[in-house]
Design a protein around this ligand. Structure first.
Ligand code: CMC
Length: 372
């Protein structure tokens, strides 16, 4: 036993095989089931990508129509869940709200404890469809607004706007949102996915795995960073102040949110695509301030620290420009990543071995109990 063998944070540890996605730091690239994520984002819908992640292949027209129909017809949540959501404290963080709502959906699900693959797939579809409804109901309740019923005639992305804001924006805004969902859908053994796989490895069910994954995603070092980015930009306030503000952060050796990545050290392939769509949103809204600030921060971080932005950096201002309140940003990540989590849960279950690492003990030496 040698302390040097311990990989703190499991840095560089290959924990298992996976056929879902491939993260390639040497080329800063990411593929889902073999397809480059930037190509999927540009040319596919989120529903097609969800199908791809769950089935290994892109759907043909009939398969996609069935998938869309299945998702659209499963969006409603029960009066019981609406009642639970109304009982949440109004200042509850939406990530805590959706974590609790997913746990409750598990109580209601007819297949809850059935961990067979067909049951897990049915449950995953129901979660994919209902998570936006629950996120929106909780968010609206916190603002004293009545929930909006999901509309099965709308796409996943359109319906998200509909249930949260009560209206569907212009197609270019919906496309930018759909792109963000595709880019957020899956990312190898990140902390929340590994959490979901660990829970699954004990033989526990999908709702348990997803509830735990949401808890992991909330943290500011993981999904919570997209909210932190927008708080940071709001605090900076204007492009002229960006460089000075950043210098202050450097002086305090503080983290700058939306920068750095455990795996990508030379840039994240999702960033150029998301930045382009965030720029489009700035044009549509006619508010260049956030992207201007972002450009200055990214240039300074690269020049002074050699650290590149991650996906959360352009996603934060993009969501703000689309009209979403900041506390919804990480729940949107949940609405997308449920696809990747479920794909990994299915994969883990199909070839399972309990995940149970070791620790090296550094506490008190073995000793006698005091006389009593
Ligand atoms: N701001 C300032 N310095 C940084 C940052 C940052 N965002 N990220 C890394 N560094 C520094 C870090 O302090 C360290 O410096 P030193 O060698 O002097 O100690 C060096 O860069 C290497 O970083 P590390 O701590 O070894 O990196 P890690 O792999 O342990 O952590 C990370 C990765 C993502 C947790 C970290 O970069 C971070 O905290 N970033 C800010 C939060 C963030 O944006 N998270 C989103 C992650 S990606 C998408 C997602 O999951 O949502």
């Amino acid at each position: 036993e040698n302390l040097n063998e311990i990989r703190k944070g499991l840095v560089g540890v290959v924990a298992d095989v996976s056929a879902v996605s491939k993260v390639m730091p040497e080329t800063n690239s990411l593929t889902y089931r073999g397809y480059a994520v930037q190509d999927l984002a540009e040319h596919c819908s989120f529903e097609e990508v969800a199908y791809l992640l769950w089935n290994g292949e892109l759907p043909d027209a009939a398969q996609l129509a069935d998938f869309r129909k299945e998702e659209a017809s499963n969006r409603a949540i029960t009066p019981a869940l609406h009642q639970v959501i109304r009982a949440f404290p109004h200042d509850a963080h939406p990530m805590d709200a959706i974590r609790t709502a997913v746990s409750f959906l598990g109580l209601e699900d007819p297949d809850t404890a059935d961990t067979s693959e067909p049951a897990t797939r049915r449950k995953a579809m129901r979660l994919l469809a209902r998570i936006p409804t629950a996120i929106a109901a909780a968010h609206r309740a916190s603002k004293g607004q009545a929930p909006v019923d999901p509309d099965p005639s709308l796409s996943f992305a359109e319906n998200f706007f509909h249930v949260v804001l009560g209206k569907v924006p212009a197609p270019e805004v919906v496309k930018a949102f759909d792109v963000s969902l595709i880019l957020y859908a899956e990312h190898g053994f990140n902390a929340s996915t590994f959490t979901a796989r660990t829970v699954t490895s004990t033989g526990a069910d999908l709702h348990g795995a997803v509830t735990a994954a949401i808890a992991a995603l909330k943290g500011p070092l993981h999904g919570g960073a997209n909210e932190a980015v927008m708080h940071m930009l709001t605090e900076i306030g204007s492009p002229e102040k960006a460089a000075d503000w950043l210098r202050g952060r450097f002086d305090h050796k503080a983290l700058v949110m939306g920068f750095g990545h455990r795996v990508y050290k030379n840039g994240d392939s999702r960033v150029p695509t998301m930045t382009r769509y965030a720029e489009k949103m700035a044009e549509v809204v006619g508010d260049r301030r956030w992207m201007e600030m972002s450009r200055i921060l990214a240039a300074e971080m690269l020049e002074k620290k050699n650290i590149h932005p991650n996906l959360d950096f352009p996603a934060g201002p993009a969501y703000h420009l689309m009209g979403f309140d900041i506390p919804l940003f990480t729940p949107i990540f949940v609405a997308s990543r449920i696809t990747g989590w479920a794909a990994h849960v299915i994969e883990q279950s199909a070839d399972n071995r309990l995940i149970r690492p070791l620790s090296q003990y550094t506490g008190a030496a073995q000793r006698e109990l005091p006389h009593r």
